[in-house]
Design a protein around this ligand. Structure first.
Ligand SMILES: [Zn+2]
Length: 106
């Protein structure tokens, strides 16, 4: 007569409860004015924003490279963006004018 003693109750692999991770603090950027983003019309090279008196701005739209992170969040990574030299309105390129460098072929 042999009595088998099988060890029962191996410790269950229960993951230890994780302490809730602290959420990343929201970027406290105190932007006084909401950045205006327009879309360039085809061939548009100067700003067509009007001031309070209805005067056309006419500033040059310049390619803007060193935009801050909050602007990047709105326009996306590596986005082309132009900025008026006077009123700082942002202009996205006309989507129809983007060069078609990718051809999808299967
Ligand atoms: Zn302008």
């Amino acid at each position: 007569m042999a009595e088998e003693t099988v060890p029962q109750g191996a410790s269950p692999a229960a993951p230890p409860p994780k302490p809730p991770a602290a959420p990343p603090a929201p970027a406290a950027d105190a932007a006084p004015v909401e950045q205006k983003i327009k879309v360039r019309k085809p061939k548009q090279r100067s700003c067509d924003e009007k001031d309070a008196k209805g005067k056309l701005c006419g500033g040059h739209l310049k390619r803007w490279y060193d935009y801050p992170k909050d602007v990047q969040a709105k326009i996306g990574n590596d986005a082309e963006i132009y900025r008026c030299e006077f009123c700082k309105t942002l202009y996205k390129p006309d989507p129809k004018q983007l060069p078609h460098s990718y051809t999808l072929r299967y």
